[in-house]
Design a protein around this ligand. Structure first.
Ligand code: 5RP
Length: 230
């Protein structure tokens, strides 16, 4: 079974949690896109849902495939969000933001009663941090913010390169017009402490540590999908 088939299996399992009339947060990334494709088939068959996309990229796909959309301001309370992840640990802590949509993804997840993560086995880790942590930062004072993050990391015993994410010839910009710093800290032994401290740096808009947001994870393996629950 190839990687795409595993994403489809996880997405199909997640679709079983979607009920008629639901207000749905719709994630970003290749796994979330498989979910959008399956959801669109159900919508074409008569399922009535309203979706709130977590990125312009997801919004475009939903529009193309006929999934009805609203903004989060129109639907500020959601029943369920389905989204992918870059890493998930046994306590359902996540690293997200590989696709650069972490800010909207976190706002949408926080506005949802439930968040289901869809991923394949390659995303499951014992300790977060092998995947570089995406940190969304304001363009103003970027160097000062980077230095503050480096000092914070050192104080927590974390070391590693912090790279500004590139896109083509320039730097990647998020849907909100911010930049991303990818921090290769390695093993993050205290994700809660890092998350709280990053939030205290003024130039940090948001970071990719998602803690206490996921309700369950559907993990697709070569044979079947399994559920990770807290
Ligand atoms: C986007 C994300 C994605 O959910 C994450 O990067 C996983 O993507 P994929 O399903 O393509 O592996 O956080 O910001």
């Amino acid at each position: 079974m190839d990687a795409r088939q595993m994403k489809i299996i996880a997405a199909a399992e997640a679709l079983k949690h979607v009920e008629n009339g639901m207000r749905l947060g719709i994630g970003t990334g290749s796994t979330a896109e498989e979910f959008v494709r399956l959801l669109a088939e159900k919508v074409a068959e008569g399922l009535e849902v309203r979706g709130v996309p977590t990125s312009e990229r997801t919004a475009r796909l939903c529009v193309e495939l006929g999934v009805p959309l609203n903004s989060l301001d129109e639907l500020p309370e959601l029943d369920l969000t389905i989204d992918g992840a870059d890493e998930v640990d046994g306590s359902l802590r996540l690293i997200k933001g590989g696709g650069g949509a972490l800010l909207r993804e976190k706002i949408v997840a926080a506005a949802s009663r439930k968040m289901i993560v869809i991923a394949d086995e390659s995303k499951v880790v014992e300790t977060l941090g092998a995947f570089p942590l995406p940190i969304e930062v304001n363009a103003f004072g970027l160097s000062a913010t980077r230095i503050a993050i480096e000092k914070l990391a050192a104080s927590l015993g974390l070391a590693g390169a912090i790279e500004q994410r590139k896109s083509g010839e320039g730097y990647f910009k998020t849907d909100g017009g911010h930049y991303i710093l990818d921090a290769s800290f390695g093993r993050i032994s205290d994700a809660e402490a890092l998350a709280t401290s990053l939030n205290a740096i003024p130039g940090v808009v948001e970071h990719g540590l998602f803690i206490n947001l996921a309700s369950l994870a559907i993990i697709a393996g070569p044979a079947e999908a399994r559920i990770l629950a807290p």
